[in-house]
Design a binder for this molecule. Structure first.
Ligand code: GLU
Length: 478
């Protein structure tokens, strides 16, 4: 059975790159009927925060990514937080000590820096010289007695090539001489990422390691550790890097990059899910607007492109608009829009919000657009735009509004149909039509020369508010 994992470090918000990694793991698990494990890589004590862990989980859930095992729900392979697995790691460090795969290195940071500079100057890749590789037991004893701090280094076999089949990149071949003996345990006793990740992936019986391409250079080191510990190697799949439109690595410079920022900017989760799935993968047909179920059924890890994925912000916005306008159920959409309405100070009952959403959804790309589009439904004492004023400063325009008022002042309700009937009558009586007829009424009711359908607006805001606005305009321009 396929077992994949998403292993975030809780050092910040979930950004698009990691969200895409989580999503592809999820899709692969769902597609194959396997399991997704959430593992929190919180070994960096200073930068890891529980708040970030909570927020990452919340953002994953918001996106519609659920996991089968994790720190919050447990499972048979826990604990699922690296900070709770210290003892497990020490046991495997001991194992590597006993088999001679690691050795103590007493080189100081200054010495290592010196070596690095020298290598750079000579145009060689900087790597550890192996100075402490063959210290005698006496030498080690002496250094220890002097209280010299040390790290544990992995003894990398000279000149070996690590070759593996990446499910996306194809055959990857790396000469271990490129990196040399690397650190497994720091001088403070804490084990490093490359080591703990192998222990965890092996013990959690991960079958496929699907992660960002930025980890590709770690993989040969991890393979060496798998072999040293006698663990079975998983299959690897490295996802293509995500670029901004200028083809440089996607970063904050390109604008919002965290899932949370998109959510706050009025993106709906279905559009994010769909949009993230297209970062490095493409459905077989031309239609890119796909439901979660369709994506799960079509997705396969081997179909992920082995070329950088360019994040197209405008396309994601377009996709978001499609979900808002055409796909989401009105009731559900309204529910999600409430925090936005409230944030803009537009207070009302659910049923009223729902009517407003029905009226404006066709004009929305994000839920942020609610501020502008829903304004006529909430604000009675608006300003008249300069362009709008012209229609009411005009005698005929004023007369239209006056006549309109005459026809509604006795009413105690008004529907779209009533509104249409009334404007037809005015058209007949005054001989005005088109812009000359509708613009003055529009401006009197909204202050603007464009926007929402006026018949709908009138029906939703109701007769009292219509009267109020019309009276106000007649007074203002009279
Ligand atoms: N914690 C690592 C990261 O956030 C993930 C490591 C991995 O997937 O192997 O980049």
């Amino acid at each position: 059975m396929v077992r994949v994992r998403f292993a975030p470090s809780p050092t910040g918000y979930l950004h698009l790159g990691n969200a895409r990694t989580a999503l592809f793991n999820y899709l692969y698990a769902k597609h194959t009927g396997g399991k997704l494990i959430l593992r929190v890589e919180d070994t960096d004590r200073e930068r890891s925060k529980k708040e970030y862990e909570d927020m990452i989980m919340e953002d994953l859930k918001w996106l519609g990514i659920e996991w089968d095992e994790g720190p919050d729900i447990g499972g048979n392979y826990g604990p699922y937080r690296q900070s709770e697995r210290t003892e497990i790691y020490s046991n495997y460090v001991k194992k590597l000590q006993q088999t001679g795969h690691i050795y103590k290195c007493f080189c100081t940071p200054e010495e290592l820096e010196e070596e690095r500079k020298k290598a750079m100057a000579e145009g060689r890749p900087p790597r550890y010289s192996g100075k402490c590789r063959n210290l005698s037991p006496e030498e080690i004893k002496k250094l220890e007695e002097e209280g010299k701090p040390y790290v544990w280094r992995f003894r990398v076999p000279d000149g070996e090539f690590i070759i593996f089949e990446d499910l996306i990149k194809g055959t990857v071949e790396i000469n271990v001489d490129e990196f040399g003996d690397f650190v497994i345990v720091r001088s403070d006793g804490s084990p490093v990422y490359n080591f703990v990740v192998v222990v965890d992936d092996a013990l959690m019986e991960i079958t496929h390691v699907i992660r960002g391409e930025d980890h590709l250079s770690n993989t040969p080191k991890q393979i060496l550790i798998y072999r040293a510990l006698g663990f079975q190697e998983p299959k690897f799949a490295h996802l293509p890097i995500i670029l901004g439109e200028d083809r440089s690595k996607l970063s904050k410079r390109h604008g919002a990059v965290s899932v949370r920022a998109f959510r706050d900017d009025g993106y709906v989760s279905e559009a994010m899910f769909n949009g993230l799935a297209l970062l490095g993968w493409h459905p077989k047909g031309d239609n890119e607007v796909l439901s979660k179920e369709q994506i799960i059924s079509e997705f396969d890890i081997e179909d992920v492109h082995n070329a950088p994925a360019v994040f197209d912000r405008a396309k994601l916005k377009w996709l978001n608009g499609v979900y808002i306008r055409e796909i989401l159920d009105l009731e559900d959409l309204t529910q999600r829009a409430i925090p936005f309405f409230e944030g803009f100070g537009y207070k009302a009952e659910f049923e009223y919000y729902k009517k407003v959403m029905e009226a404006i959804r066709d004009s929305l790309e994000t839920l942020m657009d609610i501020e502008e589009r829903a304004k006529p439904f909430f604000v009675d004492d608006f300003h008249y735009s300069e362009e709008g004023k012209k229609f009411l400063e005009d005698d005929t325009g004023y007369k239209v509004v006056e006549t309109f008022y005459e026809k509604i002042k006795q009413l105690d309700s008004i529907t779209k149909e009533d509104f249409k009937k009334i404007t037809k009558e005015i058209q007949k009586e005054l001989g005005v039509k088109g812009k000359g007829l509708f613009m003055p009424i529009r401006v009197a009711l909204t202050g603007e020369t464009s926007g929402v359908d006026i018949a709908t607006l009138v029906e939703v805001i109701g007769i009292e508010r219509v009267k109020h606005r019309i009276q106000r305009a007649l007074e203002y321009f009279g």
